[in-house]
Design a protein around this ligand. Sequence first.
Ligand code: UD1
Length: 417
Amino acid sequence: MHKFMIVGGNPLKGTIKVCGSKNSTLPILAACLLVEGQCYIKEVPRLRDVEVMKEVLMHLGAVVECSKDTVKVDAQNIKVTEVSEELMRKMRASNLVLGALIGRFCRAKISYPGGCNIGSRPMNLHIKGLKAMGAQVIEKFGYIIAETPKLKGADIHLDLPSVGATENLMMAAVLARGTTIIRNAAKEPEIIDLQNFLNRVGARIKGAGTTNIKIEGVEKLYPNEHTVIPDRIEAGTHMIAGAITMGNMTISNVIPEHVEPVIAKLKEAGVNIKTGDDWINVNASHRPKPVDIKTMPYPGFPTDMQPQFMSLLTLAEGTSVVTESVFENRYKHVMELRRMGANLKVEGQTSIIKGVKQLTGAQVEVSDLRAGAALVLAALAGEDGSVLENVEHIDRGYERIESKYNALGARIFRVHS
Ligand code: UD1
């Protein structure tokens, strides 16, 4: 178990580089299962979730080798098409191998991922899409078992634009017989990155980033390399770090367009933001103004930035309203922020935040990845020392966050207990 001891009160100043996107890396590594031969994936972040995905691929029989930020995956000799409960428990996103396994091997068995700290997170849309493509899907003893003689193209309408369902169905469709159309697809940048990777290895996909994605099935995919896009949620988190500590931070290796909803809300809060081709500068010298936020699928305000932005709003000069519309239970950080002196309450999916002048240090518990990031940010702005328990959740999605922030003037100490 690891803890962070954080001494707050220092403005963060300097340049910070964003790593490759976790949420692009995970489906792209899963998609390597579709390819007979070696794929090289570059700019892979060193994160716990990525380690688990590598473990899943190796368990299935892929050869996985890493050198610096590049991961080589050779899925020539896959022996297993089943992911156990043990691996699924380590990371929900292990479910992303479902589409690739059924697509290439016509069979997949994965343990049902079940709910998690932020909501129930069902897989009904993944299953509905696979059934439309001719798969027989049985849910039994906590497993999802999908089988088919050969998947066939289908016209699939998603009830809601699920990121995971869009990715799994894209992967399932690339080797299917005929054309698949995914309507009401998720439009996140990570979907475009997956399309770009799959097209590099020989798939024929158009439309990612829009509502309708068209996939023409091909016979076979061929080895190639791909560089994942920068992590927009990591970038957004650093932007809040600059704003909440009243610092002056330049965030490099970022695609500003991908964080546009966060930029817009920070500007509304009175934070000075400048952008270049691949950098963003955040400069804050006052308490933020209150703003209202509603999380939405991309290009709306990302649910993965809601906890971090809420930390900032606890210090606003007035009252803000945050509405979480993507996940039903994403307010675990609220109780902990209260322990740090924040004045907020939750009513259903809405949170009302009355800004206070100053947060104080406290001992708090990290419940999930982004809640953990929010607590780091609040502690950086806090008056004195805070202790964050269970920071392993943070390591799932941020590479060496303490070293990165300490290089800019923060005082974060990792304690092994
Ligand atoms: C992905 C991201 C996660 C982000 C989320 C929403 C990865 C690895 N994770 O998660 O960080 O918070 O997108 O931007 O990329 N739903 C259903 N039925 C389904 C599938 C989803 O009802 O079959 C619901 C979910 O319960 C949730 C909503 O759809 O309320 C969005 O979920 P989804 O877009 O699927 O999120 P993930 O792909 O799990």
